[in-house]
Design a protein around this ligand. Structure first.
Ligand SMILES: [Zn+2]
Length: 312
């Protein structure tokens, strides 16, 4: 269901997909991996355009955003990848006229509220409660942003093969239940172990043979088999969410929908002092997924430049 105007210039959206792959900002093999994943989805238009266009058709409707990558001992208060993108995109969706509700793993609840306060936006934020969620009216759309997904054995893993037990609450069954009920499901992920990667499980297996093994003995490897109707691979999941916000700003011709570089800087600091960790370095600090904070700020700056140029 693409309602796009045939005169729409696709170039800014191609640039957004490219920026969120990290090309020019991170190690070339890493951005090439993300670009191969993006291409393997074989969508007819750039992915950020496709997703933003579906979202803007849901004004006045409810959107549930899920995030939280919590592993006991390793990331007891969660990763900083996921929450920042979720809050930034939720603000954009709210300004766009949708009704967002954010659901986070319980240890992240306060952190998410601190981040929303720093972003200057009032958002409805809750702890994930599967009993409650199983009873609510399914939303028009649900997004999983850097949310661990189960492998074929039903086990969630870190990217390097550690089983997640007693941390993040699995939302895989809820997503499939809602999808059956008519909810548009959307995933954003960066490695292969997140909800939505079911769309690309074979591709990840081919490109990243190491993903076939894990360290927990389940034998299922780290790749999530949970699909989503739309999926966005990005070098850092936060960047994927920022890319969708930039695409919405262009489509809606509204610069207020953009997330800003100084906001990224402030939120990275807040996440660090609140104990959210860099998932690769496994400690709090000014950076995400092993990349310095300046890299993320540069990505946000580049997305803003693309959108502002398109809006001129
Ligand atoms: Zn395993």
């Amino acid at each position: 269901m693409i309602l796009l105007d045939s005169s729409l210039n696709l170039e800014p959206f191609r640039q957004i997909d490219q920026v969120i792959s990290g090309e020019g900002f991170i190690a070339p093999p890493s951005s090439a991996y993300i670009q191969r994943l993006q291409a393997a989805l074989s969508e007819p238009v750039p992915l950020t355009l496709l997703i933003a266009d579906r979202l803007r058709q849901l004004k006045g409707k409810h959107v549930s955003l899920f995030t939280g990558f919590v592993v006991p001992k390793l990331y007891p208060r969660g990763e900083n990848d996921g929450p920042l993108g979720t809050l930034a995109l939720a603000r954009t969706l709210k300004r766009c006229g949708l009704i967002p509700t954010i659901w986070v793993d319980p240890p992240l609840l306060e952190n998410a509220m601190w981040l929303a306060a720093e972003l200057g936006v009032e958002l409805d934020i809750h702890s994930i409660d599967l009993d409650l969620l199983g009873q609510v009216t399914p939303p028009a759309t649900a997004l999983a942003i850097e949310k661990p997904g189960r492998n074929a054995q039903g086990v969630m893993h870190t990217f390097d093969g550690i089983a997640i037990d007693g941390g993040s609450i699995p939302i895989d069954d809820l997503f499939m239940q809602w999808q059956t009920a008519g909810t548009l499901t959307i995933g954003i992920g960066d490695r292969g172990n997140e909800v939505g990667f079911g769309n690309l499980a074979k591709t990840v297996a081919q490109l990243l043979p190491v993903s076939a093994t894990c360290r927990c003995g389940c034998g299922g490897g780290v790749v999530s088999v949970t699909p989503s109707q739309l999926f966005l691979p990005a070098a850092v999941s936060n960047w994927g969410a920022y890319g969708i916000a930039a695409a919405l700003a262009i489509l809606e011709r509204d610069g207020r929908l953009l997330y800003l570089p100084d906001e990224e800087e402030r939120l990275l600091h807040v996440a660090a002092v609140r104990g959210c960790v860099d998932g690769v370095r496994r400690q709090s600090g000014f950076g995400v997924d092993g990349l310095g904070g300046r890299v993320s700020i540069a990505i946000v700056q580049e997305l803003r430049t693309i959108a502002q140029t398109a809006l001129q």
